[in-house]
Design a protein around this ligand. Structure first.
Ligand code: UD1
Length: 350
């Protein structure tokens, strides 16, 4: 079969690292990079490091408002789908690239397979939530990471083509963990960090970066902490930080976005993770690192139920208090499958 896969943003490159490898063993895959993320540190480094096949189509869409960005992708993805006439269009997650892929394919009557289907935050102010809902309603095959995702879909009347497969990010993490482990001491040395002697932080969601009140609260919580914070900054965060004029204290080490192997190593060695990212909440869990999530809700509710992830919102005192007092439970049950998820996804395409 011929499959056109759509990627465009950092977490999608990571997922494609596992799925593309498996897909190409059995089928012809054409990889489309929309260009939503375009800096080397946000895109190229993943293709090089994770051995992802070079994209067959680079759409070069770049940044813009949601409408402009999604519209430009819709037009260009449609051209590829018309030209290639694939048997399936495969989309990942919840970004604007996901939405454009789902719309372009379904209007051309090409069945859509959605990897990471059924997740909900129940917060429609998040652009990702809008993208997920639409993508799921337009998909013929919905590959879910958890039974919660299946229940969410049922509640919206989606029951056909729904399968529980687990999370493809676990495949990539398992692969990368083995490869990066020997270099851990060197990586920590390079950054002057000690194992379990620092926090790993990331902030990029528009609900945090684009709301001055929330941003100030989060920055002021970080400034109050008494331990080193390693902060690989997403370009959106850097931009708003510069515009806001806020200063970060010297225990916060603001660095460029990390490649995947370094990110895995440095997350694994951190005492705790502080994040508003979806992927990092799961990676922290799988690596056995407690996570404080800088949001009011999460799609990854199982990590919270397990006691390894706490939602601290954006209140300065709540964030600081949660970081200081967090003691995770001794048990950490397997969540989102036990690996080999990509093979299950590809088998279901038949
Ligand atoms: C997107 C996804 C989000 C995902 C995240 C991972 C949507 C709606 N959101 O958010 O679900 O978790 O990717 O990172 O699709 N920028 C650069 N260089 C780059 C990429 C972006 O400077 O390589 C800047 C853009 O100019 C823009 C900002 O970062 O101002 C945000 O980029 P955008 O494409 O809107 O998505 P993300 O916020 O990264």
């Amino acid at each position: 079969m011929k499959i056109v896969s759509i990627v465009g943003a950092r977490p999608q490159f990571i997922k494609a690292a596992a799925v593309s490898r498996e897909l190409r063993k059995h089928h012809k895959e054409l990889l489309v990079h929309t260009g939503q993320h375009y800096d080397y540190a946000m895109s190229g480094v993943f293709f090089d490091g994770l051995e992802i096949p070079a994209p067959d189509f680079n759409l070069g869409v770049g940044s813009g408002t949601h409408g402009a960005q999604t519209g430009a992708m819709l037009r260009t993805v449609e051209e590829v789908v018309i030209q290639e006439k694939p048997d399936w269009v495969l989309i990942y997650g919840d970004t604007n690239s996901t939405l454009a892929g789902a719309l372009a394919a379904s209007k051309l009557h090409i069945p859509v397979v959605h990897v990471e289907a059924g997740l909900r935050s129940f917060n429609r102010r998040m652009p990702e939530e809008v993208n997920r809902v639409i993508a799921d309603h337009l998909s013929a095959l919905l590959l879910c990471p958890s039974s919660t995702a299946i229940t969410n879909l049922e509640a919206e009347g989606i029951t056909k083509g729904v399968h529980l497969v687990g999370d493809v990010m676990l495949d990539v993490l398992n692969w990368a963990k083995e490869r990066s482990a020997p270099k851990a001491p060197e990586t920590l040395n390079r950054l002057g960090l000690k194992k379990n002697g620092y926090l790993m932080a990331t902030v990029h969601r528009s609900e945090n970066t684009d709301d001055p009140h929330r941003l100030l609260n989060i920055l002021s919580a970080f400034n109050t902490l008494e331990e080193p914070v390693l902060f690989p900054a997403h370009p959106r965060f850097r931009k708003v930080l510069a515009e806001s004029g806020h200063q970060l204290k010297s225990h916060i080490k603001l660095i460029e976005p990390l490649g995947y192997f370094d990110m895995v190593t440095l997350t694994h060695s951190a005492r705790l993770v502080l994040t508003d990212s979806g992927g990092l909440q799961k990676e922290a869990y799988w690596l056995g690192v407690p996570c404080v999530t800088l949001r009011d809700e999460t799609e990854w509710v199982e990590t919270v139920e397990s006691g390894w992830n706490k939602l601290a919102g954006f209140d300065r005192d709540a964030i600081v208090e949660t970081i200081r007092t967090f003691t995770p439970p001794s048990k950490r049950p397997a969540l989102y499958g036990e690996g080999c998820v990509s093979a299950k996804c590809v088998a279901l395409l038949k």
